[in-house]
Design a protein around this ligand. Structure first.
Ligand SMILES: *Cc1c(COP(=O)(O)O)cnc(C)c1O
Length: 379
């Protein structure tokens, strides 16, 4: 099974041997009958430790990211927390990108910090700045690419080289690209993080997260131990919804990015717009790296308003097809104001985002309706 869409539909999802059910059953059991003490059928004993619906999701995630092990969690942040508390200890240091997801920054700066984990934000496009930020205690270089909300692009292979040279792991949050467009493990990353809430789920109806480990069996084992020991697992129904979403990831991403490219071109020439951030635009600073490591530019973009913060807020409040809401990656188009919404927790920090910035998650509606909606909202 080498093709992406074939793996998305079949990996880990063989028809059920008991009934022939084509779709992985929703196993709402917490416990499993043992044939004699310790006699487990198929390895299942308690659903925090493992559940067949979750196992199917974990297998397809590993197959899509080309990793050896996938682990599904209750949310992206639960996955991140489990990862950080497995690979860090008091005194460990994390370098993270200068415009990381606000919740990731909050987890590291306000929660992990209380357990003695230190951090330094750095510009991951500047290798010298990254090297300067790394300390002997650095355990993790945490990269998002493309970034949220500025769509900066980092060179994963180069970061892997620098991180590994310093004895640190390279973690890549692949939520924005999705495995359809980018497989960080094949470029040298050690662990991929997902908020499956976004493109993998794809329908804005489930919160979930995932880790996928490359080829480090010891790390995979330690993370699996933590998943069970810490208990922030994905529930069976949530796992089932993400499994269903993943089956159409490829066709959805194709449409997301055709629409996003059209929206980007439209905004570029609009008088109310000062600048557009989209990796597919030839003059985007990360365009060449994106072209090298991604097979498409994705469905996310952001833009700055010539009229400043007030104009940005007004645009967010005037769209009718684009819904004003946080989150991203669903079939419906969303608009938001990062400085006051998703990235409010970064205010006053080095990760603060411009107040005139608007972020779009371009959905799979008819693009003419999206363009007309933006046109009326910006006029
Ligand atoms: C949403 C998001 C997260 C956090 O995931 P949750 O599922 O909301 O916990 C992490 N990283 C990125 C890039 C995200 O967009």
């Amino acid at each position: 099974m080498t093709g992406f869409n074939t793996r998305a539909i079949h990996a880990g999802q063989e028809p059920d041997p008991a009934t022939g059910a084509v779709i992985v059953p929703l196993h709402l059991t917490t416990t499993y009958k043992q044939d004699g003490v310790g006699g487990l059928r198929g390895g299942y004993e308690y659903s925090r430790s493992a559940n067949p619906t979750r196992t199917a999701l974990e297998e397809v995630l590993a197959a899509l990211e080309r990793g050896m092990r996938g682990l599904a969690f209750a949310s992206g942040l639960a996955a991140e927390d489990t990862l950080l508390r497995t690979v860090c200890e008091p005194g460990s240091h994390v370098v993270l990108g200068g415009d990381a997801y606000g919740g990731t920054f909050r987890l590291i700066s306000r929660v992990a910090s209380r357990w003695g984990v230190e951090h330094t934000p750095a510009d991951l496009n500047d290798v010298d700045a990254l090297r300067a930020a790394i300390r002997p205690s650095t355990r993790v270089v945490w990269c998002e690419t493309p970034t949220n909300p500025l769509l900066n692009v980092a060179d994963i292979a180069l970061l892997a080289e620098v991180a590994h040279g310093a004895g640190a792991l390279l973690v890549v949050d692949n939520t924005f690209a999705s495995p359809y467009l980018q497989q960080p493990l094949t470029l040298g990353a050690d662990v991929v993080v997902h908020s499956t809430t976004k493109y993998l789920g794809g329908h804005s109806d489930v919160v979930g997260g995932a880790l996928v480990v490359g080829d480090d069996a010891d790390l995979a084992e330690r993370l699996a131990f933590s998943q069970n020991a810490m208990g922030a697992v994905a529930g069976p129904f949530d796992s089932w919804l993400v499994l269903r979403g993943i089956k159409t990831l490829g066709v959805r991403m194709d449409r997301h990015q055709v629409n996003a490219a059209r929206v980007a071109e439209f905004l570029l020439t609009h008088p109310a717009v000062a600048s557009v951030r989209y990796p597919g635009l030839p003059d985007h600073p990360g365009h060449d790296i994106a072209a090298k490591q991604m097979s498409g530019s994705g469905g996310m973009l952001s833009f700055r308003l010539a009229g400043g913060e007030e104009a940005a807020l007004r645009a967010c409040e005037r769209t009718r097809v684009f819904t004003l809401a946080e989150s991203l990656g669903g079939v419906e188009s969303l608009i938001e104001h990062p400085a006051r919404m998703t990235h409010a927790s970064a205010a006053g920090s080095p990760l603060e985002v411009p107040a005139d910035l608007v972020r779009l998650s371009v959905g799979i509606e008819d693009v003419e309706d999206l363009l007309a909606d933006l046109d009326q909202a910006l006029s």
